[in-house]
Write a protein of this length. Sequence first.
Length: 364
Amino acid sequence: MNINFHKDFKLNEVSFATVDELLVYTANFSEDVQHFLGDWFSEKEFVVVQTSGSTGIPKLIKLQKKQMQNSAIATGNYFNLKEKTTAFLCLPVEYIAGKMMLVRAITLGWHLDIVAPTSSPLKENSTAYDFSAMVPLQVENSLEKLHQIKKLIVGGGVVSNNLQEKLQPISTEVFATYGMTETITHIAIKKLNHFTSLRGELMKQCLPKEFYQTLPGVIIYKDERNCLVIDAQKVSQEIIFTNDVVNLISDTQFEWLGRFDNVINSGGIKLHPEKIEEKLSRIIEQRFFVVGIPDEKLGKKLILVIELDSFKISKFERLLAVELNNLVGLSKFEVPKKIYFIDAFIETETKKIQRKKTLDLIKF
């Protein structure tokens, strides 16, 4: 397969005449980038990509280069990002999100800057960019400098209500993405900021319920579990049956409710942890999650696990108890039966919380 790069493509403000020049240049500052580009410009029609492992054991899958190019073109068209777009790559290139930032730049002729992935990628950077992609933790740590980016996509985790509220006055257009390695990153987009809302303290309660909008050429429906099924032939040769429970709003819009394998049956009531977490994020700024643990009476008991060092627990626990009692939106079944605190959650390399491994740290 003969793949070259767009004539307008630049990397860290450097132009290249040949692929060999590009490979020599990248070898000097990033082994991961150089290795991926070596694969990308090889004769093979596919690249091997590792999944993140946030919902299961990490695995290696083959992605067709032509379909990765199709995904890049779809993103460029959706966000109107043409040649000479300035872009910022601050995600690990070992995983699909980082790889696709490179593919978009190569395919569409972007001017791409690459930095080592950190939790505060804009800390030492004052450059303005048209486009970037981050995980929620990076967004949270970059709020004061986020205006340097015109359009930002956020993936790799749920954006909390608290963070979404902070995004409202920022000039950057911010979008949540839905997708996975198998769909070559996102196949649907959801707007996160610049909403017109009521004023003052009501802000948290009045953010509108936006739905994911599929990209052109993506067909969606539900299976018997109410889980999303994706038919996107331009980016996947196979129909993808997900474990994501959704409400279908229309042929092109859906509301994500949570993971099928995370659903908690507590005393015959089915609870979606992700929807409960969305409500709790109005009052909890620390990282947290809810999960079900075995219980003799209920079958599964809902608990809340919060990332907080031991010195702050006593005061925080008292404040949280008051907030939980006053919180509007949680049904009586959705109120956690117990709260546990852990100094530091266990994460994947892409900063996603590994719930099961973190839960193993707790002595019940």
